[in-house]
Write a protein that binds this ligand. Structure first.
Ligand code: SF4
Length: 230
């Protein structure tokens, strides 16, 4: 399928009962606070071009960010940090992302998540992660011809990402490389190499405490972009 067809199918997915209820309940409860906007309340597709050379893999949409705006990392403080960093290293057209129709363009980068629906407390269950893995596999299968670098935000995405690439036939080191900020691992298939770069997640917990600074994030994004020839 094309990325557009995949995204169109994804937004209809209702496979996880707990997440369907949560995403819709949040949308109902919070609609009044954002009365001038349509509250998305559905699976959030990846964002960025189908011929991306870099993919950024997060965790899951935020209840009032992606779940509200319908676009990954858009409309919450985690996303503000990520888009600012992407803009500062020349990978995004605007420094802030506020809504799905704000004109934002990513340059050679697509962002997605191993779980496409907002989970309570940002914690998907193992079953939910495993169910959504089919969407991640399908998306990475479309992207892999042009992909050169993968930036993974946090340990959850690291594990999900390694597993997805292994599912697609990429050779991943054994034992599996461990997640760390600044971790790198190379995976191989058919004479081609992809480099996977680890970064702490842009969650408020990490950015408010200074565990992840803008410079640390920009350094990882720059390394991934350089490897990808962007
Ligand atoms: Fe479907 Fe993934 Fe959402 Fe579960 S988390 S309902 S598999 S899109």
């Amino acid at each position: 399928p094309t990325i557009a067809a995949l995204d169109a199918d994804l937004v209809e997915c209702r496979a996880c009962p707990r997440l369907v209820e949560w995403r819709e309940q949040v949308a109902r409860d919070k609609r009044a606070a954002f009365a001038d906007q349509t509250y998305w309340g559905r699976p959030v597709p990846g964002f960025g071009p189908a011929d991306a050379r870099v993919v950024i893999l997060g965790l899951a949409p935020a209840a009032h960010g992606g779940n509200r705006t319908g676009r990954m990392f858009t409309g919450d403080q985690s996303g503000d940090v990520l888009f600012r960093a992407l803009y500062d290293v020349g990978l995004a057209s605007r420094p802030t992302a506020v809504s799905a129709d704000d004109g934002m363009r990513l340059h050679g980068v697509r962002m997605t998540a191993p779980v496409h629906c907002a989970p309570p407390q940002n914690k998907p269950t193992v079953a939910e992660r495993d169910r959504c893995a089919a969407w991640l596999d399908a998306e990475l299968a479309v992207l892999q011809p042009t992909l050169r670098s993968v930036v993974v935000l946090g340990a959850f995405g690291w594990q999900a990402g390694l597993r997805a690439f292994a599912d697609l036939g990429w050779i991943v080191d054994r034992p599996r490389p461990k997640f760390a900020h600044g971790a790198r691992t190379v995976i191989r298939r058919d004479g081609k190499e992809l480099v996977i770069f680890g970064s702490y997640h842009v969650s408020q917990h990490n950015t408010f405490t200074g565990r992840l600074t803008p410079t640390m994030l920009e350094d990882v994004l720059t390394a991934a972009a350089e490897h990808a020839g962007l």
